[in-house]
Design a binder for this molecule. Structure first.
Ligand SMILES: [Zn+2]
Length: 301
């Protein structure tokens, strides 16, 4: 199955394990705070990304020396769920971030765990891997991170503003919080910051391509041969009608031609089809063309 743009970005981020132990911890921290469930009862991480599924066991081993209690079968299609249910393991994970497993109401981004710059990258990478997605830039610009913890959304907002120099937008959705970006430049910067530079480049290339296409289209519209022909024909008709009036022939025009001439004078910019619709009764485009041609011929006589 072909990967989505989001899936490709995640694959790019999962290519290597973090070098430093501090970063492995920070990446796990991001994953835990943006995954399906992180409480004293259970850790539950659900993902569609095969690449994240490959990385998770190795990452948790490196960060905590801990194994998952429940693994998904990699054979199956669809979502994959990893779980940790052993209270001792959960206590150890909570402890690594300075949380009391008895009191997880106040889960938040412990700034000590993301103090170094290397760890800030790793944390946001983890957040995106577990709770993020990015739309194919050919379809639109949207990158988001979703978390079920209010305080995490608030602190994540501040963290992103601090390290990237711009703030995401935020919204509530289904009892959770979403931080998101809609600007191609910001999405590209965020992907680059996490380490998905190929995906970031794709966003910028798509943007340039779209801009170029727009410019070419605009120019084509201006030079449109059909448009200028329509304008020329209308000018010829208007000068013919003017001549007929000057020659005193207006009153002797057959009513059908008079009606056509009057409509053209009032609507110099209308196409034949639109003019034809104004006739009473309405006529076809060729019939309208015939009437106007007749007027031009009469003016030449
Ligand atoms: Zn680090």
């Amino acid at each position: 199955m072909a990967l989505t743009f989001s899936g490709n970005a995640k694959a790019e981020l999962c290519r290597s394990l973090p070098q430093n132990h501090c970063c492995a911890l920070a990446e796990c921290f991001g994953i835990l705070l943006f995954c399906n469930s992180f409480s004293s009862e259970a850790v539950k991480i659900t993902t569609e990304s095969r690449d994240l599924a490959q990385l998770l066991p190795k990452l948790f081993k490196r960060a905590f020396g801990i194994q998952f209690d429940a693994f998904p079968s990699m054979e199956g299609k669809g979502k994959l769920t990893f779980q940790i249910l052993d209270p001792d393991k959960i206590a150890e994970i909570m402890g690594a971030f300075g949380f009391d497993p008895e009191d997880t109401v106040s889960l938040h981004i412990n700034l000590a765990a993301v103090e170094d710059d290397c760890c800030k990258n790793a944390f946001l990478r983890g957040a995106f891997l577990a709770g993020g997605s990015v739309t194919d830039p050919t379809k639109g610009y949207h990158l988001e991170l979703a978390t079920s913890h209010q305080s995490v959304a608030r602190e994540g907002y501040a963290l992103i503003q601090e390290v990237l120099g711009f703030a995401p937008k935020s919204a509530s959705r289904g009892g959770g919080q979403v931080l998101y970006f809609k600007s191609s430049d910001q999405i590209s910067d965020f992907l680059t910051f996490m380490g998905a530079s190929l995906s970031a480049m794709q966003v910028m290339e798509t943007k340039l391509e779209k801009e170029l296409n727009n410019r070419v289209n605009r120019r084509c519209n201006c030079d449109d041969a059909n448009t200028s022909k329509v304008v020329e024909a209308a000018q010829e008709q208007l000068s013919a009608i003017r001549k007929l009036r000057q020659k005193g022939m207006w009153d002797s025009l057959p009513p059908k031609l008079q009606q056509a001439a009057a409509a053209r004078e009032k609507n110099p910019e209308l196409s034949l089809t639109d003019l034809a619709a104004l006739m009473e009764p309405p006529i076809t485009k060729p019939a309208m063309n015939h009437r106007l041609k007749k007027l031009v011929e009469m003016a030449k006589e």
